[in-house]
Design a protein. Structure first.
Length: 310
């Protein structure tokens, strides 16, 4: 049998030797990713699983009982099969309204700022200095930044007093504070930076020779922007939109403070249920909210293949 064995070539001898370093590199890569994977598992996956489990528990005014019931989800969608809009649908429509308005403002605003930083600032030092300037609001808490709007937008705030002193208005404008306008203004103030950063990152990676080539071919500024810059900036736009959507959908502090506790949102409903110790109901609402946000993110990622673009 040994005489009939095939002769061992250089390739057959070298294959196991070359495979060993590849296995070591693969093992090293998994080892390097293990700490972050452990953090991801402990602080994200496990809490989500616990939330899903609690959403099936029973509760009353006095106790929470571990059990398997769908009543919490039935309460979430109670009345949604009737002709009239149920509470959950109206709440989600109110939240989606804030999402749409915030996106409609932060997207062009963030793109304009990122475009200016990426293409109109020649000095790298000045560019990075202005970019870091956009992150200064993160040096203070969201609550403090929202409170700063109250002296400006209140009935006797700076805006109303200035307009009255100029004779533009005779009575204070009531809708400046504790209104949808105030909520959207606060969202734009808080979330625009999350749109600037990923778009700026995408614009900074664009090869400037592509823009020069477009100009050499006779393209106007708008044509270059529409056909060259925007397609290459789509990954940043998609990532920034995902950030804004997730932040606005789950927010309850901004809606409560700037809306005067009078405007409904999904996050506010969950916060109120937790305040009343209705944890299973809050967990069910949280699971539904997570599903809604994931569907929205899926819709955004279907518009662009982030893996291929990045």
């Amino acid at each position: 049998m040994n005489d009939l064995a095939l002769p061992r070539t250089a390739e057959t001898v070298a294959a196991p030797i070359a495979a060993a370093p590849r296995r070591r590199r693969t093992s090293l890569a998994y080892l390097q990713a293990a700490p972050l994977a452990l953090v991801f598992l402990v602080f994200l996956v496990v809490p989500l699983l616990l939330t899903a489990v609690v959403s099936f528990w029973e509760y009353n005014e006095y106790a929470i009982t571990p059990a398997l019931t769908l009543q919490n989800y039935a309460d979430v969608f109670d009345g949604c099969l009737s002709a009239d809009l149920c509470t959950t649908v109206r709440t989600y429509l109110s939240t989606l309204k804030f999402v749409a308005l915030t996106l409609a403002i932060t997207l062009p605003l963030g793109f304009a700022i990122a475009y200016f930083l990426a293409f109109h600032i020649r000095s790298d030092t000045v560019r990075m200095g202005l970019f870091l300037l956009c992150t200064i609001p993160f040096w203070t808490s969201n609550v403090i930044r929202m409170i700063s709007w109250i002296p400006l937008l209140g009935r006797n705030g700076l805006v109303n007093d200035t307009l009255r002193s100029l004779g533009v208005i005779k009575a204070p404008i009531e809708g400046l504070l504790y209104s949808d306008f105030a909520v959207v203004l606060a969202f734009v103030h808080l979330d625009t930076v999350f749109m600037i950063v990923p778009i700026f990152n995408s614009l900074a990676r664009i090869d400037r020779s592509l823009i020069e080539a477009a100009r050499d071919c006779g393209a106007s500024g708008f044509q270059t922007l529409w056909n060259v810059v925007l397609p290459l900036a789509k990954p940043g736009i998609a990532i920034g939109s995902i950030f804004v959507v997730t932040l606005v959908m789950g927010d309850f502090v901004t809606v409560g403070m700037m809306g005067g506790q009078q405007i409904a949102s999904v996050g506010k409903v969950i916060q109120v249920q937790m305040a009343y110790l209705q944890f299973p109901a809050a967990a069910a609402n949280a699971v539904v909210l997570l599903a809604a946000v994931l569907l929205m993110i899926l819709g955004l990622t279907r518009m662009i293949d982030l893996r291929r673009e990045l």
